[in-house]
Write a protein that binds this ligand. Sequence first.
Ligand SMILES: Cc1cc2nc3c(=O)[nH]c(=O)nc-3n(C[C@H](O)[C@H](O)[C@H](O)COP(=O)(O)O)c2cc1C
Ligand SMILES: [Mn+2]
Length: 488
Amino acid sequence: MPFPHDSVRDAIVDWEAAGELARIKKEVDWNLEAGAIARRALEIGEGKNVNHGGQPAMLFENIKGYPGHSIISSSICNLKRMAIIFGHPNPDKATWRELQDLYIAGLEHPIKPVVVKKAPCKENKTFGNDCNLYTFPAPMIHEGDGGRYMCTYHATITKDKNSDWVNWGMYRHMIHDRRSLGCLFVYGQHGPNMFYQQYEDANEPMPCAIAINPDPLSAIAAASPIPAKMSEVDAVGGWRKKPLELVKCETNDIYVPASSEIVIEGIVPPHVRAYEGPFGEYTGFRASPRDLRPVFVVKCITWRNNPILSMASVGRGRDEGGIIAPVVKSAFYRKLLTDAGWPVKEVHCYPGVADLVIVSVKRGRPRVAQGVAAAIYSAAGGLYSYAILVCDEDTDVFNTDDVINSLVEKVHPERGIWVYHQQGSPLQPSADLKERMDQTGPQIVYDATWPLDWPLEITAPPKVTFAAMYSKELQDKVVKNWTSYGLK
Ligand SMILES: Cc1cc2nc3c(=O)[nH]c(=O)nc-3n(C[C@H](O)[C@H](O)[C@H](O)COP(=O)(O)O)c2cc1C
Ligand SMILES: [Mn+2]
C-alpha cells in the first residue's frame, strides 16, 4: 500500500505486512479484558529502551456481544509504526530526529484539504433519540475508570467563533449515557479554550464533532501541539504531500475526515457539567479525580460498515502519547526555541516519559536553561512538560545513559534546580489534589550546563569517554583493529 494512507484500513495493511499488527480472533471482552491485554503488551520489554520492536498494534476482531465490530489498540506505540505512516523510506532504521524533521517539513508546507460529497463514514447514520453510543464496543479500559471510554484516540473538532480556524484536538470522552459523553477539557488546550472563552462566555452551545479512527496522520495531528490559528488538517496535508478528503457533518458545519470509522456529531452546551473520570492516565498513575466536567450531547452518529473503534490503553510507558510526543512535541519545541533565537541543538521528549523534555544547547547565552524552560512552559501544550533537563551540546539527548549521567553528575543540587509556576497539569501525579484540580502544580528545570563563569579548560571537569579522551588517530586505530584484538 503506497504512502500516504487514506484510512486506518490502509495503514493496517502496511503495518500487518511489516509484522507490526496482530489480529486477535479469540473472543475478548470489552469490559477490562481488551484493556488488560493491550496494557500488558505495552509493558513487555520495559526498561530495555527499545525504539524499534516491542509488541505489535492489536486488532481485536471478536468483541464479546458486538458481532461485526472491532477495536484497534496501540496503533502508534513504536517508532517503526510511526515511521511507516509518515512515509519514511526505511522504517526499521528510522530515528526520532528523522521523524521530527518529517514532521517539521509538513508544517512548513501545509496543504489545504478538499471536500467530497460521498464518504465511507456515511455508510450508516442515526439521528437524535435514535442515537445510542452503546451500539459500539466502547471499552472499560482500566479497573477503577469512571466509565466506558468511547474516545481515547480520535480527533475532537471545533471551530473558532471569531475566525475560520478549525481545531482538532485529542481530548478523552467517557460515556455518560446513550446520548452524552464527558469531556476532559483542560484549560490552555485549543478546543477547551474555544469552549470556555468563546461559546460558554456567550452562553451558546459549541458545535462539535468527534472523528474516531480517521487516517493515522490525522489522529497524530489531533494529538500534536500545532500552533493556534493553524488547522491541524493543513499539517496533515503537508505530511501526506497531498490534500486530505473531508466531508461535511449532517447536523452542523464541521468537516470531518471522510474515511473516519465513526463520527459523532453534537454540541457542548454552556454551563452544563457532569462527573467525568477518573481514568488511568498516561503518566502511569490515576491522578486526576472524578470531577464535574463539560458534556457532549450527541445529535447524530455516522459510521462505516463493520466499524473499527480505537482504544489507547494508556498507562506507564510507551503508550500512544509516550511515542507520539518524542516526535511531535520535540519537533514543535525545537522549532519554537530556535525561531525565538535560543541556541538549541537537539530536543527530545523522553519516549514513554514524555513529560521530561531534554534540551541540548550551545554554550554562550546567560541563563539559557531558565529561558528555554520559560519558553516551553508558556507554549501551547507546555503544561504537560513539567520536567525539563537542559544539557550542554556534547550530551546526546537521544542516549539515555548520557542523559542520566548529565542529570546526576552535572546538575548542582543547590544552584542547578529551578522551580516554575506557570500552567499546571490536572494529571500531574506529584502535585497535590488541590493543585491538580486548580491546574496550579509547579514545574521543574534541571540545569546540566556548566556555569558560564567556569572557564571550561580550567574549572569544568574534563569528560572521560572514548570519544573525548583520545586523539582521533588513536580512536581510528582502535576501531580499525577491533576484531583483530579478538573483540566483537
Ligand atoms: C491518547 C491521548 C489522549 C489525550 N487525552 C487528552 C485529554 O483528555 N485532554 C487534553 O486536554 N489533552 C489530551 N491529550 C493531549 C492533547 O491531545 C494534545 O495536547 C494536543 O496538542 C491537543 O490539541 P490542541 O493543541 O489543538 O489543543 C491526549 C493525547 C493523547 C495522545
Ligand atoms: Mn490545535
